[in-house]
Design a protein around this ligand. Structure first.
Ligand SMILES: Cc1ncc(COP(=O)(O)O)c(C=O)c1O
Length: 401
C-alpha cells in the first residue's frame, strides 16, 4: 500500500534549529543576477552588508564575512589570535562546545575544559548538558592562573545541541573580576538575530556566527565580529593562517571588496535579511522568539516530557530540546514524524543521540507554523504509542491567544 505521504504536498516543515526556513523575500533577493565581484556595483553591496551586519552584532568594529560554514569561522577565530601551545579555557555546554574544543586541540592549542555533565537525579533517565556556563567557575580558574598562561576563554552563547543559553556578560564580568587578560570568544552561531547579542557592550573580543539560523539565510556565510584587542592579537599570533587572515580582509573591505571571491548571491540575501530584521526592530525580533519558545515549552510540559534545559532562566528562544521517555528512541520517532508529516526535527547530537529531539522555533515561522510543528510531534508520539499527559497543541494555542 502506498504511504499516505509518498507524495508530500505543500511546504516541507523545516523545524530543525538551523538551517532555518528562508523567507520568500530573501529567496527572491538572492535570485538577482550574479555580478562582477570586482566591479563598481559590487562595492555598494559590500558596503551595505558590512555596515548592516555590524548593527546586528551591535558593534562598531570590523565584522569579517567568510564564504564558509560556521566551522570555518571557529577556526578563523582561533588561528588569527593564538599561537601553537597556547592554553584556551573552554566550557562544555554541549555538542558544539565540545566540537570547538576538539578543533582547538587539532590546531595545536592546549585546551582546558570546564563544565560538562551535572547529573539530574529527578529525571527518569540521567541526561547530559542541561546547564549553561558557570561564570564563577571561570573566574576561579582565571584567578588561579597566576602565570597568565590562559590566552582565551571560549563559550557558546546558544547551545544548539541542547537549547540552553549562557550569560555572556557574566563571563566578561568574571574575566574582569579576575583581572585576567584572556580574550573572550563567543560562538553565537545560533544566537545571533534570535537572542539578544551585544558584542561591544558585553566586551566580546571575537564572536562567531553563521547565516543559516537567526539571519534566515541558507548556509554558506559565516562571521567573525572583532574587538580592537582581537585585531591587536593578530600581530603576535603564530598559528598558520592564510585564507582566514583577518587583516587582508579588513583592508579590502574598506572599499567594499574581498580578497577572494565572495558569495555574491548570499550577500544579496544578507542585505535583505538585515533590512528585514532592522525594520522589524531587533527587540521585537527577540521578543517574538521568546514568545514562540514559551509556547513550545508549554506544549512539552503539557505532554509531560522533560525539557532538556534544566534552568528556566537559560531557556533558548531558538529551539527546545525534548527528552523522550526511557526506552523511546528519539531518532525512530523523528523518522516516523518526517515520513508521515514531512516535518523535520533536530536530532539529538553526541551524547544525547537517540535520547532527545530538538524543536526549532526560528527563521521564517509564525504562530501557525509552530502550532503545526507541535501538532506533527503530538500526532507522531501518539502513533509511536507514547503516553502523553495532555495535549501540547491546546497548551500552545492557549499560549498564543
Ligand atoms: C552553536 C554552533 N556552533 C557551531 C556550529 C557549526 O557550524 P556549521 O555547521 O555551520 O559549520 C553549529 C551548527 O549548527 C552550531 O549550532
Amino acid at each position: 500500500m502506498l504511504s499516505l505521504n509518498s507524495h508530500p504536498s505543500g511546504r516541507h516543515f523545516l523545524q530543525i534549529p538551523g538551517p532555518s526556513p528562508v523567507p520568500d523575500r530573501i529567496l527572491r533577493a538572492m535570485s538577482l543576477p550574479t555580478i562582477d565581484h570586482r566591479g563598481p556595483e559590487f562595492a555598494q553591496l559590500g558596503m551595505r552588508v558590512l555596515s548592516g551586519i555590524g548593527k546586528i552584532f551591535k558593534t562598531v568594529h570590523p565584522v569579517i564575512i567568510y564564504p564558509a560554514s560556521g566551522t570555518g569561522a571557529w577556526e578563523a577565530a582561533l588561528c588569527n589570535t593564538l599561537s601553537p601551545g597556547d592554553t584556551v579555557l573552554m566550557y562544555e555546554t554541549g555538542h558544539f562546545a565540545s566540537l570547538w574544543q576538539k578543533m582547538a586541540t587539532k590546531l595545536g592549542l592546549a585546551t582546558e575544559l570546564l563544565g560538562g555533565d551535572r547529573k539530574d537525579d529527578h529525571l527518569p533517565h540521567a541526561a547530559s548538558w542541561r546547564y549553561g556556563v558557570d561564570a564563577d567557575a571561570i573566574e576561579q580558574r582565571l584567578r588561579r592562573d597566576v602565570q597568565r598562561t590562559i590566552r582565551a576563554v571560549c563559550i557558546v552563547h546558544n547551545e544548539t545541541s541542547t537549547g540552553v543559553t549562557s550569560d555572556v556578560a557574566s563571563v566578561r564580568r568574571a574575566i574582569d573580576a579576575a583581572g585576567h587578560p584572556a580574550l573572550l570568544m563567543v560562538d553565537t552561531i545560533s544566537g545571533l538575530a534570535s537572542a539578544d547579542y551585544q558584542h561591544d557592550a558585553w566586551g566580546v573580543d571575537v564572536a562567531i556566527s553563521g547565516s543559516q539560523k537567526g539571519l534566515m539565510l541558507p548556509p554558506g556565510i559565516s562571521f567573525n565580529a572583532l574587538s580592537p584587542r582581537a585585531l591587536e592579537a593578530t600581530r603576535s599570533a603564530t598559528l598558520p593562517r592564510a585564507y582566514w587572515d583577518w587583516n587582508e580582509i579588513v583592508a579590502t573591505n574598506r572599499d567594499g571588496y574581498w580578497p577572494s571571491t565572495p558569495n555574491t548571491n548570499l550577500l544579496y540575501g544578507l542585505a535583505e535579511s538585515v533590512d528585514m530584521l532592522l525594520s522589524e526592530g531587533l527587540d521585537h525580533v527577540f521578543a517574538r522568539h521568546q514568545r514562540w519558545g514559551a509556547a513550545v515549552r508549554a506544549a512539552v510540559r503539557a505532554w509531560g516530557l522533560p525539557i532538556q534545559c534544566a534552568d528556566e532562566r537559560l531557556y533558548s528562544p531558538v529551539l527546545t530540546g525534548v527528552l523522550t521517555p526511557p526506552g523511546v528512541d528519539a531518532n525512530a520517532l523523528r523518522h516516523l514524524i518526517h515520513e508521515r508529516f514531512d516535518l523535520s526535527l533536530g536530532t539529538g547530537l553526541g551524547k544525547m543521540s537517540g535520547r532527545m529531539f530538538r524543536m526549532g522555533h526560528l527563521g521564517d515561522s509564525n504562530d501557525l507554523t509552530l502550532i503545526a510543528m507541535v501538532a506533527g510531534v503530538e500526532m507522531g508520539m501518539q502513533m509511536a504509542g507514547i503516553s502523553l499527559d495532555g495535549s501540547g497543541v491546546h497548551a500552545a494555542m492557549a499560549h498564543f491567544v
